[in-house]
Design a protein around this ligand. Sequence first.
Ligand code: RAM
Length: 331
Amino acid sequence: MSLFRKLAVTTAMAVALLAGPAHAENVKIALVVKALGIGFFEAANKGAQEAAKELGDVEVIYTGPTDTTAEGQIEVINALIAQKVDAIAISANDKDALVPALKKAMDRGIKVISWDSGVAPEGRLMHLNPSSNALIGNMCVKLAADVMPEGKGDFAILSASATATNQNIWIEEMKKVLPNYPGVNLVEVAYGDDLADKSYREAQGLLQKYPDLKVIVAPTTVGIVAASQAVADAGKVGQIYVSGLGLPSEMAGHVKSGASKSFAIWNPIDLGYSATTIAYHLVKGDAEAKAGGEIPIGRMGTVKLDDNAEGAMSDPFVYDASNVEEFAKIF
Ligand code: RAM
């Protein structure tokens, strides 16, 4: 071995000794989703992995139950406590049912935050909303009114699970703004549990039950695709429109077919990136989750926390035939 090589090897060993084994020092952040197999959460995981790469000493554990239940998430949380992760960033299937398990996690020193779909304040340090809830609620009703003849008509909501914190808040916000849309009438809220087949059947049920229905608003990326498919299969394209919150990559075909004219969403990659970055800073102790505080979120800037220690990432964006193809390549 040449002297130069020997030196290089010894230096590398010294550096390795100083740094210790890299994996032992990694901050373990669990990104817990409502259920596995949902494109929206897979995109969020992309952002989480991006944050991990940028931060350097992070291992992201992407996990969740197979269906959107609180019971499934409690099992996952207990496993993560046993695994001694440093942080849990969860999109909750139920605001209250997860609190005891998450409290246990916090008692063991695990930093717990919720993102996307929130946990009650006593079960987390802070919550990251994708956007302002009021803005999302109004956007959903506005997009529905926009495609109704003369801005008037019946619409139904096809939601995710009946206990999903985020969808329930958005539905409340939709109801609040209805008086601003005279003639726009909500006939029913149905629940597809963020399962493709159940959402499809629920959408079919709505079509049968309400022959005058003009719009189905699905504030869920799973529901909006299923409802669009149900409208297309029922031969009702042009008669009934589907809107709400969807991924361009999953909705481009339905915009093309005409089942949906427009829908909205924020960037789910940015959301996973932000949640992971926040969890990291809380573990490192260089940011605090307190009412009125601010937490840095890397390339996204900062998130400001309100009196409930809740903050919003960014505004939703509307997609239609003019831009859906372009964004379908990204998320
Ligand atoms: C589904 C999930 C998620 C929600 C999006 C809009 O992917 O229900 O929680 O934020 O839709």
